[in-house]
Design a protein around this ligand. Structure first.
Ligand SMILES: NC(=O)CC[C@H](N)C(=O)O
Length: 222
């Protein structure tokens, strides 16, 4: 399986994601610098990592969404290649129009950095097939712009189409309907604020993130 991790100036979770992908797939991902215009031939999975791309200037993810590589990411997503955007990656994917809504400043205006309990709302997606529906998991968050907002019609559509993948059990950042992660309409793009790549082995203090990557292994052809 060929995986790729996009790297922007200011990304800081790219290596954590690379380690997670290597542990689960057995192969190192290609690290793709934002100035590239093409992805590795035959890429099976694309990760857009967390961090502070372009220093979060303008709006978190706004400048990265306009990087040269994002054209290729959009083309791959349109072909059905699974794409995950974690934290800043989620912000990039909304800014790029690959996911609806926006990540606003946290309601409490604080940077929130702690493990949070979540409910797996959809266990049928490419990314969540290894979880049980309604299962509670704990994943860490670390962000100041995690307050997911969209208009009511969009929120209703996300709920109605089973596109809310993860929901916070507690109020963490002011997100509408406590949404922590959403899918695109085709189901091959996931954006989530919590960091599954930070809890993949017991030494991390938890392993609840590992099954997300293992689920992909089972659904993406080798
Ligand atoms: N960990 C991250 O990806 C941080 C995301 C983003 N820059 C924020 O603070 O909201």
């Amino acid at each position: 399986m060929k995986t790729a991790v996009i790297v922007f100036p200011g990304s800081n979770c790219d290596r954590d994601l690379a380690v997670a992908l290597e542990q689960v797939t057995g192969a190192k991902p290609e690290m793709v610098w934002h100035r590239e215009t093409a992805l590795p031939q035959g890429v099976d999975f694309i990760g857009v990592p967390g961090g502070f791309s372009y220093g979060d200037y303008l709006r978190s993810g706004a400048m990265a969404a306009r990087s040269p590589i994002m054209g290729a990411v959009k083309d791959a997503a349109a072909r059905g290649v699974p794409v995950i955007g974690i934290c800043n990656g989620f912000q990039v994917l909304t800014e790029a129009g690959l996911l609806p809504g926006a990540l606003m400043r946290n309601a409490g205006l604080n940077f929130v950095c702690r493990p949070v309990p979540l409910k797996v709302e959809n266990s049928q997606s490419l990314f969540t097939a290894q979880y049980d529906a309604g299962e509670q998991v704990t994943l860490p968050v670390a962000h100041h712009d995690g307050n997911y907002q969209a208009d009511t019609a969009t929120l209703d559509r996300l709920e109605g189409e089973g596109r809310v993948a993860f929901r916070y059990l507690d109020q963490v950042n002011g997100s509408a309907r406590q949404i922590a992660g959403i899918l695109n309409d085709a189901g091959n793009v996931l954006g989530l604020m919590p960091h599954p790549e930070r809890v993949i082995e017991p030494a991390h203090g938890g392993t609840d993130g590992r099954r997300l990557f293992e689920g992909l292994l089972g659904t993406v052809s080798a």
